[in-house]
Design a protein around this ligand. Structure first.
Ligand SMILES: [Zn+2]
Length: 406
Protein backbone atom coordinates (compact mmCIF):
# COMPACT_ATOMS: atom_id res chain seq x y z
CA UNK A 1 0.00 0.00 0.00
CA UNK A 2 2.96 2.29 0.70
CA UNK A 3 3.71 2.84 -2.94
CA UNK A 4 0.17 3.89 -3.72
CA UNK A 5 0.17 6.35 -0.81
CA UNK A 6 3.42 7.83 -2.10
CA UNK A 7 2.04 8.00 -5.62
CA UNK A 8 -1.08 9.64 -4.29
CA UNK A 9 0.95 12.31 -2.51
CA UNK A 10 2.93 13.00 -5.65
CA UNK A 11 -0.27 13.11 -7.64
CA UNK A 12 -1.80 15.62 -5.23
CA UNK A 13 1.21 17.93 -5.35
CA UNK A 14 2.03 17.63 -9.06
CA UNK A 15 -1.26 17.19 -10.77
CA UNK A 16 -3.39 19.71 -8.97
CA UNK A 17 -5.25 22.42 -10.77
CA UNK A 18 -4.15 25.39 -8.65
CA UNK A 19 -1.55 26.57 -11.17
CA UNK A 20 -4.07 26.28 -13.97
CA UNK A 21 -6.67 28.18 -11.97
CA UNK A 22 -4.16 30.97 -11.29
CA UNK A 23 -3.32 31.27 -14.97
CA UNK A 24 -6.99 31.34 -15.98
CA UNK A 25 -7.55 34.04 -13.38
CA UNK A 26 -4.67 36.02 -14.90
CA UNK A 27 -6.35 35.85 -18.30
CA UNK A 28 -9.67 36.98 -16.83
CA UNK A 29 -7.99 39.89 -15.06
CA UNK A 30 -6.28 40.94 -18.27
CA UNK A 31 -9.54 40.85 -20.23
CA UNK A 32 -11.40 42.78 -17.53
CA UNK A 33 -8.70 45.43 -17.48
CA UNK A 34 -8.76 45.72 -21.27
CA UNK A 35 -12.54 46.12 -21.26
CA UNK A 36 -12.32 48.85 -18.65
CA UNK A 37 -9.65 50.63 -20.70
CA UNK A 38 -11.81 50.45 -23.82
CA UNK A 39 -14.86 51.81 -21.97
CA UNK A 40 -12.78 54.65 -20.50
CA UNK A 41 -11.25 55.61 -23.83
CA UNK A 42 -13.22 54.27 -26.83
CA UNK A 43 -11.04 56.24 -29.25
CA UNK A 44 -7.97 54.07 -28.70
CA UNK A 45 -9.93 50.81 -28.48
CA UNK A 46 -8.18 49.07 -31.34
CA UNK A 47 -4.68 49.79 -30.07
CA UNK A 48 -5.65 48.70 -26.52
CA UNK A 49 -6.99 45.40 -27.85
CA UNK A 50 -3.93 44.85 -30.01
CA UNK A 51 -1.66 45.45 -27.03
CA UNK A 52 -3.57 42.86 -24.97
CA UNK A 53 -3.30 40.15 -27.61
CA UNK A 54 0.24 38.96 -26.92
CA UNK A 55 -0.04 38.68 -23.12
CA UNK A 56 -3.39 36.91 -23.51
CA UNK A 57 -1.87 34.37 -25.88
CA UNK A 58 0.88 33.77 -23.31
CA UNK A 59 -1.76 33.17 -20.65
CA UNK A 60 -3.46 30.52 -22.78
CA UNK A 61 -0.14 28.87 -23.48
CA UNK A 62 0.65 28.55 -19.80
CA UNK A 63 -2.85 27.18 -19.02
CA UNK A 64 -2.24 24.53 -21.65
CA UNK A 65 1.14 23.76 -20.10
CA UNK A 66 -0.45 23.49 -16.63
CA UNK A 67 -3.11 21.09 -17.87
CA UNK A 68 -0.52 18.93 -19.59
CA UNK A 69 1.12 18.40 -16.21
CA UNK A 70 -2.25 17.40 -14.73
CA UNK A 71 -2.95 14.90 -17.52
CA UNK A 72 0.52 13.42 -17.14
CA UNK A 73 0.01 12.99 -13.38
CA UNK A 74 -3.43 11.49 -13.95
CA UNK A 75 -2.12 8.90 -16.34
CA UNK A 76 0.77 7.94 -14.11
CA UNK A 77 -1.40 7.60 -11.04
CA UNK A 78 -3.90 5.46 -12.90
CA UNK A 79 -1.09 3.17 -14.06
CA UNK A 80 0.17 2.75 -10.47
CA UNK A 81 -3.31 1.87 -9.27
CA UNK A 82 -3.85 -0.61 -12.07
CA UNK A 83 -0.51 -2.29 -11.34
CA UNK A 84 -1.34 -2.43 -7.64
CA UNK A 85 -4.84 -3.84 -8.02
CA UNK A 86 -4.19 -6.26 -10.85
CA UNK A 87 -7.11 -8.56 -10.28
CA UNK A 88 -10.43 -6.87 -10.09
CA UNK A 89 -12.86 -9.71 -9.57
CA UNK A 90 -15.40 -7.68 -7.56
CA UNK A 91 -18.16 -7.25 -8.19
CA UNK A 92 -19.31 -9.44 -11.03
CA UNK A 93 -22.83 -10.54 -11.72
CA UNK A 94 -21.96 -13.99 -10.32
CA UNK A 95 -20.95 -12.93 -6.84
CA UNK A 96 -22.69 -9.61 -6.42
CA UNK A 97 -25.35 -10.48 -3.89
CA UNK A 98 -26.58 -6.91 -3.93
CA UNK A 99 -27.21 -6.69 -7.69
CA UNK A 100 -30.93 -7.19 -7.23
CA UNK A 101 -31.24 -5.01 -4.16
CA UNK A 102 -31.11 -1.55 -5.68
CA UNK A 103 -33.94 -0.12 -3.51
CA UNK A 104 -32.24 -1.34 -0.34
CA UNK A 105 -28.90 0.11 -1.37
CA UNK A 106 -30.49 3.42 -2.30
CA UNK A 107 -32.23 3.49 1.04
CA UNK A 108 -28.98 2.80 2.88
CA UNK A 109 -27.24 5.61 0.99
CA UNK A 110 -30.06 8.08 1.70
CA UNK A 111 -30.08 7.11 5.35
CA UNK A 112 -26.31 7.48 5.56
CA UNK A 113 -26.48 10.99 4.07
CA UNK A 114 -29.20 12.00 6.54
CA UNK A 115 -27.22 10.62 9.45
CA UNK A 116 -24.12 12.47 8.30
CA UNK A 117 -26.08 15.72 8.30
CA UNK A 118 -25.85 16.06 4.50
CA UNK A 119 -29.49 17.09 4.32
CA UNK A 120 -29.49 18.82 0.94
CA UNK A 121 -27.59 16.00 -0.73
CA UNK A 122 -29.94 13.49 0.90
CA UNK A 123 -33.11 15.19 -0.33
CA UNK A 124 -31.67 15.60 -3.83
CA UNK A 125 -30.74 11.92 -3.80
CA UNK A 126 -34.22 10.92 -2.63
CA UNK A 127 -35.81 13.07 -5.33
CA UNK A 128 -33.58 11.52 -7.98
CA UNK A 129 -34.18 7.90 -7.02
CA UNK A 130 -37.89 8.56 -6.64
CA UNK A 131 -38.24 10.11 -10.07
CA UNK A 132 -36.16 7.28 -11.51
CA UNK A 133 -38.38 4.57 -10.07
CA UNK A 134 -41.69 6.35 -9.76
CA UNK A 135 -43.67 6.77 -12.96
CA UNK A 136 -46.38 9.35 -12.43
CA UNK A 137 -49.84 7.96 -13.02
CA UNK A 138 -52.11 9.79 -15.46
CA UNK A 139 -54.08 12.62 -13.84
CA UNK A 140 -57.12 11.25 -12.12
CA UNK A 141 -60.49 12.62 -13.09
CA UNK A 142 -62.19 11.96 -9.78
CA UNK A 143 -62.25 15.01 -7.54
CA UNK A 144 -61.20 13.08 -4.38
CA UNK A 145 -58.10 14.14 -2.50
CA UNK A 146 -55.08 12.33 -3.86
CA UNK A 147 -52.06 12.31 -1.57
CA UNK A 148 -48.94 14.07 -2.81
CA UNK A 149 -46.02 11.95 -3.89
CA UNK A 150 -44.21 12.77 -0.69
CA UNK A 151 -47.17 11.84 1.52
CA UNK A 152 -47.75 8.50 -0.16
CA UNK A 153 -44.03 7.68 -0.09
CA UNK A 154 -43.62 8.46 3.58
CA UNK A 155 -46.40 6.01 4.36
CA UNK A 156 -44.34 3.32 2.63
CA UNK A 157 -40.94 4.17 4.04
CA UNK A 158 -40.16 6.70 6.79
CA UNK A 159 -36.95 7.70 5.01
CA UNK A 160 -39.11 9.84 2.71
CA UNK A 161 -40.79 11.58 5.61
CA UNK A 162 -39.56 15.02 6.63
CA UNK A 163 -39.77 13.93 10.28
CA UNK A 164 -36.59 11.90 10.03
CA UNK A 165 -34.71 14.82 8.54
CA UNK A 166 -36.02 17.15 11.27
CA UNK A 167 -34.87 14.67 13.90
CA UNK A 168 -31.34 14.61 12.54
CA UNK A 169 -31.33 18.38 12.16
CA UNK A 170 -32.19 18.59 15.83
CA UNK A 171 -29.44 16.11 16.67
CA UNK A 172 -26.83 18.11 14.77
CA UNK A 173 -27.94 21.37 16.28
CA UNK A 174 -27.64 19.94 19.81
CA UNK A 175 -24.28 18.35 18.97
CA UNK A 176 -22.92 21.58 17.58
CA UNK A 177 -23.90 23.48 20.75
CA UNK A 178 -22.21 20.81 22.79
CA UNK A 179 -19.04 20.45 20.76
CA UNK A 180 -18.43 23.92 19.39
CA UNK A 181 -19.89 26.13 22.09
CA UNK A 182 -19.58 23.94 25.17
CA UNK A 183 -23.25 24.57 25.73
CA UNK A 184 -24.94 21.62 27.39
CA UNK A 185 -28.35 23.18 27.88
CA UNK A 186 -29.97 22.01 24.60
CA UNK A 187 -28.81 18.45 25.28
CA UNK A 188 -30.04 18.67 28.87
CA UNK A 189 -33.43 19.94 27.72
CA UNK A 190 -33.66 17.10 25.20
CA UNK A 191 -32.79 14.45 27.76
CA UNK A 192 -35.14 15.95 30.36
CA UNK A 193 -38.11 15.41 28.06
CA UNK A 194 -37.03 11.82 27.43
CA UNK A 195 -36.01 11.12 30.99
CA UNK A 196 -38.26 8.10 31.37
CA UNK A 197 -37.36 6.55 28.01
CA UNK A 198 -33.66 6.98 28.76
CA UNK A 199 -34.02 5.44 32.19
CA UNK A 200 -35.92 2.51 30.70
CA UNK A 201 -32.94 1.91 28.45
CA UNK A 202 -30.64 1.98 31.46
CA UNK A 203 -28.95 5.08 30.09
CA UNK A 204 -27.04 7.47 32.36
CA UNK A 205 -27.08 10.24 29.80
CA UNK A 206 -29.35 12.65 31.65
CA UNK A 207 -27.29 12.45 34.81
CA UNK A 208 -23.98 12.64 32.98
CA UNK A 209 -25.07 15.79 31.20
CA UNK A 210 -26.16 17.40 34.47
CA UNK A 211 -22.92 16.33 36.12
CA UNK A 212 -20.81 17.84 33.36
CA UNK A 213 -22.86 21.02 33.51
CA UNK A 214 -22.09 21.22 37.22
CA UNK A 215 -18.37 20.71 36.61
CA UNK A 216 -18.38 23.12 33.69
CA UNK A 217 -20.03 25.83 35.79
CA UNK A 218 -17.58 25.15 38.59
CA UNK A 219 -14.65 25.54 36.17
CA UNK A 220 -15.87 28.62 34.40
CA UNK A 221 -17.99 30.50 36.94
CA UNK A 222 -16.96 29.08 40.27
CA UNK A 223 -18.43 27.14 43.13
CA UNK A 224 -21.48 29.25 43.78
CA UNK A 225 -22.72 29.00 40.22
CA UNK A 226 -22.29 25.23 40.30
CA UNK A 227 -24.10 24.93 43.62
CA UNK A 228 -26.89 27.18 42.44
CA UNK A 229 -27.30 24.95 39.40
CA UNK A 230 -27.46 21.81 41.52
CA UNK A 231 -29.98 23.33 43.92
CA UNK A 232 -32.23 25.01 41.38
CA UNK A 233 -35.68 23.50 41.47
CA UNK A 234 -35.92 22.64 37.80
CA UNK A 235 -32.40 21.32 37.53
CA UNK A 236 -33.49 18.79 40.08
CA UNK A 237 -30.30 17.10 41.17
CA UNK A 238 -32.79 15.87 43.75
CA UNK A 239 -34.46 13.89 40.99
CA UNK A 240 -31.20 11.91 40.54
CA UNK A 241 -30.87 11.10 44.22
CA UNK A 242 -32.33 7.62 44.19
CA UNK A 243 -30.24 6.40 41.28
CA UNK A 244 -27.00 8.36 41.64
CA UNK A 245 -26.50 8.95 45.34
CA UNK A 246 -22.81 7.95 45.24
CA UNK A 247 -22.04 10.16 42.31
CA UNK A 248 -23.84 13.09 43.89
CA UNK A 249 -22.01 12.79 47.17
CA UNK A 250 -18.75 12.58 45.24
CA UNK A 251 -19.58 15.86 43.52
CA UNK A 252 -20.55 17.46 46.84
CA UNK A 253 -17.39 16.25 48.60
CA UNK A 254 -15.18 17.52 45.81
CA UNK A 255 -16.28 21.06 46.59
CA UNK A 256 -14.48 20.85 49.92
CA UNK A 257 -11.16 20.57 48.09
CA UNK A 258 -11.48 23.83 46.26
CA UNK A 259 -9.17 25.51 45.27
CA UNK A 260 -6.68 22.63 45.25
CA UNK A 261 -8.81 20.25 43.20
CA UNK A 262 -5.85 19.35 41.00
CA UNK A 263 -4.21 17.50 43.88
CA UNK A 264 -7.44 16.14 45.38
CA UNK A 265 -8.88 12.64 45.03
CA UNK A 266 -11.51 14.17 42.75
CA UNK A 267 -8.94 15.25 40.20
CA UNK A 268 -10.14 12.74 37.61
CA UNK A 269 -13.69 14.01 37.83
CA UNK A 270 -12.76 17.59 37.07
CA UNK A 271 -9.77 17.25 34.81
CA UNK A 272 -10.88 14.27 32.78
CA UNK A 273 -9.76 14.42 29.17
CA UNK A 274 -12.24 13.67 26.45
CA UNK A 275 -15.34 13.99 28.65
CA UNK A 276 -17.03 16.27 26.15
CA UNK A 277 -16.32 13.93 23.26
CA UNK A 278 -17.49 10.92 25.24
CA UNK A 279 -20.69 12.68 26.11
CA UNK A 280 -21.26 13.78 22.52
CA UNK A 281 -20.85 10.15 21.49
CA UNK A 282 -23.26 8.84 24.09
CA UNK A 283 -25.73 11.55 23.19
CA UNK A 284 -25.58 10.46 19.52
CA UNK A 285 -25.99 6.83 20.54
CA UNK A 286 -29.03 7.50 22.73
CA UNK A 287 -30.57 9.87 20.20
CA UNK A 288 -30.29 7.31 17.42
CA UNK A 289 -31.48 4.48 19.60
CA UNK A 290 -34.63 6.37 20.60
CA UNK A 291 -35.25 6.73 16.86
CA UNK A 292 -34.84 2.98 16.61
CA UNK A 293 -31.49 3.29 14.81
CA UNK A 294 -28.00 2.03 15.55
CA UNK A 295 -25.40 4.52 16.77
CA UNK A 296 -23.27 4.17 13.66
CA UNK A 297 -24.43 4.29 10.08
CA UNK A 298 -25.01 0.70 8.87
CA UNK A 299 -23.68 1.68 5.44
CA UNK A 300 -20.42 2.86 6.97
CA UNK A 301 -20.10 -0.32 9.02
CA UNK A 302 -20.95 -2.57 6.09
CA UNK A 303 -18.52 -0.81 3.74
CA UNK A 304 -15.67 -0.83 6.26
CA UNK A 305 -16.28 -4.47 7.19
CA UNK A 306 -16.30 -5.27 3.48
CA UNK A 307 -13.00 -3.48 2.98
CA UNK A 308 -11.47 -5.41 5.87
CA UNK A 309 -12.77 -8.67 4.44
CA UNK A 310 -11.63 -8.05 0.86
CA UNK A 311 -8.07 -9.46 1.13
CA UNK A 312 -9.42 -12.70 2.61
CA UNK A 313 -12.08 -12.94 -0.05
CA UNK A 314 -9.57 -12.32 -2.84
CA UNK A 315 -7.32 -15.03 -1.47
CA UNK A 316 -10.27 -17.37 -1.19
CA UNK A 317 -11.23 -16.74 -4.77
CA UNK A 318 -7.72 -17.56 -5.99
CA UNK A 319 -7.62 -20.78 -3.97
CA UNK A 320 -11.04 -21.84 -5.18
CA UNK A 321 -10.06 -21.18 -8.77
CA UNK A 322 -6.90 -23.26 -8.36
CA UNK A 323 -8.75 -26.14 -6.78
CA UNK A 324 -11.69 -25.73 -9.11
CA UNK A 325 -13.91 -25.73 -6.06
CA UNK A 326 -17.41 -24.34 -6.09
CA UNK A 327 -18.87 -22.10 -3.47
CA UNK A 328 -22.36 -23.43 -3.19
CA UNK A 329 -23.74 -22.26 0.15
CA UNK A 330 -25.98 -19.32 -0.59
CA UNK A 331 -25.71 -16.16 1.53
CA UNK A 332 -22.90 -17.61 3.62
CA UNK A 333 -19.14 -17.27 3.49
CA UNK A 334 -17.04 -20.45 3.49
CA UNK A 335 -14.34 -18.81 5.65
CA UNK A 336 -14.31 -16.85 8.85
CA UNK A 337 -13.63 -13.15 8.47
CA UNK A 338 -12.01 -11.79 11.62
CA UNK A 339 -13.38 -8.32 12.38
CA UNK A 340 -12.39 -5.92 15.18
CA UNK A 341 -14.53 -6.10 18.35
CA UNK A 342 -16.43 -2.93 17.47
CA UNK A 343 -17.81 -4.76 14.45
CA UNK A 344 -19.20 -7.60 16.48
CA UNK A 345 -22.78 -7.27 17.58
CA UNK A 346 -24.94 -9.53 19.59
CA UNK A 347 -28.65 -9.81 19.73
CA UNK A 348 -30.51 -10.36 22.96
CA UNK A 349 -29.72 -13.60 24.76
CA UNK A 350 -31.40 -14.64 27.95
CA UNK A 351 -29.51 -17.16 30.07
CA UNK A 352 -31.65 -20.29 30.35
CA UNK A 353 -30.45 -20.87 33.92
CA UNK A 354 -30.49 -17.44 35.55
CA UNK A 355 -33.17 -16.04 33.20
CA UNK A 356 -31.12 -12.85 33.00
CA UNK A 357 -30.43 -11.01 29.78
CA UNK A 358 -26.74 -11.08 28.90
CA UNK A 359 -24.71 -7.86 28.74
CA UNK A 360 -21.17 -6.85 27.78
CA UNK A 361 -20.13 -7.52 31.39
CA UNK A 362 -22.02 -10.79 31.56
CA UNK A 363 -21.76 -12.17 28.02
CA UNK A 364 -23.11 -15.48 26.71
CA UNK A 365 -20.56 -18.30 26.96
CA UNK A 366 -20.61 -21.49 24.92
CA UNK A 367 -19.40 -24.68 26.53
CA UNK A 368 -17.59 -27.33 24.45
CA UNK A 369 -20.86 -29.27 24.16
CA UNK A 370 -22.40 -26.30 22.36
CA UNK A 371 -24.82 -25.24 25.09
CA UNK A 372 -24.84 -21.60 26.09
CA UNK A 373 -25.28 -19.89 29.46
CA UNK A 374 -24.41 -16.46 30.82
CA UNK A 375 -20.89 -15.98 32.16
CA UNK A 376 -22.07 -15.38 35.74
CA UNK A 377 -24.08 -18.58 35.66
CA UNK A 378 -21.03 -20.43 34.38
CA UNK A 379 -18.86 -19.11 37.21
CA UNK A 380 -21.51 -19.95 39.79
CA UNK A 381 -21.85 -23.52 38.49
CA UNK A 382 -18.16 -24.18 38.10
CA UNK A 383 -16.52 -22.46 41.07
CA UNK A 384 -13.25 -22.86 39.20
CA UNK A 385 -13.36 -26.62 38.70
CA UNK A 386 -15.03 -29.08 36.33
CA UNK A 387 -18.79 -29.01 36.12
CA UNK A 388 -21.64 -30.72 34.34
CA UNK A 389 -23.61 -28.91 31.68
CA UNK A 390 -27.15 -28.24 32.91
CA UNK A 391 -28.55 -29.43 29.57
CA UNK A 392 -26.57 -32.52 28.67
CA UNK A 393 -24.34 -35.10 30.32
CA UNK A 394 -21.03 -33.61 29.18
CA UNK A 395 -18.59 -32.07 31.61
CA UNK A 396 -16.31 -29.14 30.97
CA UNK A 397 -14.04 -26.58 32.58
CA UNK A 398 -14.72 -22.83 32.62
CA UNK A 399 -11.57 -22.16 30.56
CA UNK A 400 -12.98 -24.24 27.72
CA UNK A 401 -16.01 -22.01 27.33
CA UNK A 402 -15.84 -19.35 24.61
CA UNK A 403 -17.46 -15.96 24.53
CA UNK A 404 -20.17 -15.68 21.94
CA UNK A 405 -20.92 -12.81 19.59
CA UNK A 406 -24.32 -13.21 18.04
ZN1 LIG B 1 -24.28 -29.22 27.16
Amino acid sequence: MDISIKEHERYASKANLSKGINDVQKAIDLLTKTREAVVADPQSASSTVTRAQKPLKDCFASVKEDLLEVYRGNGKYQKTLEAKFKDKPFPTSDNNALATQTPLINRAIAMHLLREGQFDVASQFLTDITSATHHPSPPSTTPTHSPSAEESLSSIDPIHSPTLRHSFEQMYSILSSLRQHRDLLPAIAWSRIRSQELENRGSNLEFELAQLQFIHLFDTQGRDAALAYARAEDHHFAHFQSRYLNELSRLASSLAYQPSLASSPYRALFLAQGTWDDLARSFTREFCSLLGLSAQSPLYIAATAGAIALPTLLKLQTIMKDKRAEWTTAQELPVEIPLPPSYQFHSIFVCPVSKEQTTDENPPMMMPCGHVVAQETLCRMARGSRFKCPYCPSESRPVDAVKLFM
